[in-house]
Design a protein around this ligand. Sequence first.
Ligand SMILES: C[S@@+](CC[C@H](N)C(=O)[O-])C[C@H]1O[C@@H](n2cnc3c(N)ncnc32)[C@H](O)[C@@H]1O
Length: 268
Amino acid sequence: MPKFLSDTSTSEVLVTGQLLKKIKMDRLQFNGDDPGAVLLGNFINYYEFHPPEERLKLLPSHLWETKGNEPYTCLDIGCNSGDLTSRVYECITNSFASGEASPSGSKNTCSMLGIDVDPVLIERAQEKNKYVGQITYKCVDFMDDNKSEVIRSHLANDDARFDVIFCFSVTMWIHLNHGDNGLNKFLREISEMSKMLVLEPQPWKCYKSAVKRLKRCNKSFPYFQKLSIRENVEEHIEQYLLETCNFHKVYESPDSKWGRKLMFFKGH
Ligand SMILES: C[S@@+](CC[C@H](N)C(=O)[O-])C[C@H]1O[C@@H](n2cnc3c(N)ncnc32)[C@H](O)[C@@H]1O
């Protein structure tokens, strides 16, 4: 059974008590110093510095494939306060309406689940949600072994997979907090759960800046020193999805102004 903890004001939280404590401590210690020095990438004002438009520009409109009139189901892992999630939802539904994505045009609907490990960010996302009924936000640690039940409740049946899983700027945080094995496990799990994956992996230089910021606060990531996947992390992610997860790459965007690209993979 999943653990639903009720010591925060959000209604459903699937994050261990220990991790919740860590998130709260982090906020207390870093507030005032450097709000960017966070362990999990749970920046509180992320979209002031990274407006969703930069990523939206890179999203092609023709890759959202639908079957009949079934809702197109999406999972956004690490949705933060939902700003990018809701804009991606708009892009997908607009491309359905214009007929760019599927021949059946405007009949297709989209159902989106955004999850984040930080309950404060999820609360913000829920407050701002303009698409209640179409977009649902839940506080879930994707690395928690009990997550499947909560995430799967969004799908029509036990065997169903998401049409697409988005992982925008989240792989580095998984890697730094769960190591090489954690990153590989993450990639295996998302590929088992979805027909298509959209990843925006952080290149190695982002790891170095994240480590530097924590160091200034005398903190460190649990796995940084132990990582053997380093400079080649983006290539590793791609190779792992191709060779181990049996996915193939269908699209790669140009770099954004932060030097990150979007990679689209489909399962066989
Ligand atoms: C850098 S932000 C990216 C936000 C958003 N995806 C975007 O690109 O605009 C990374 C997000 O991943 C979340 N996160 C980190 N580890 C996570 C985990 N294990 N499960 C769910 N969310 C996680 C953080 O709380 C944070 O909101």
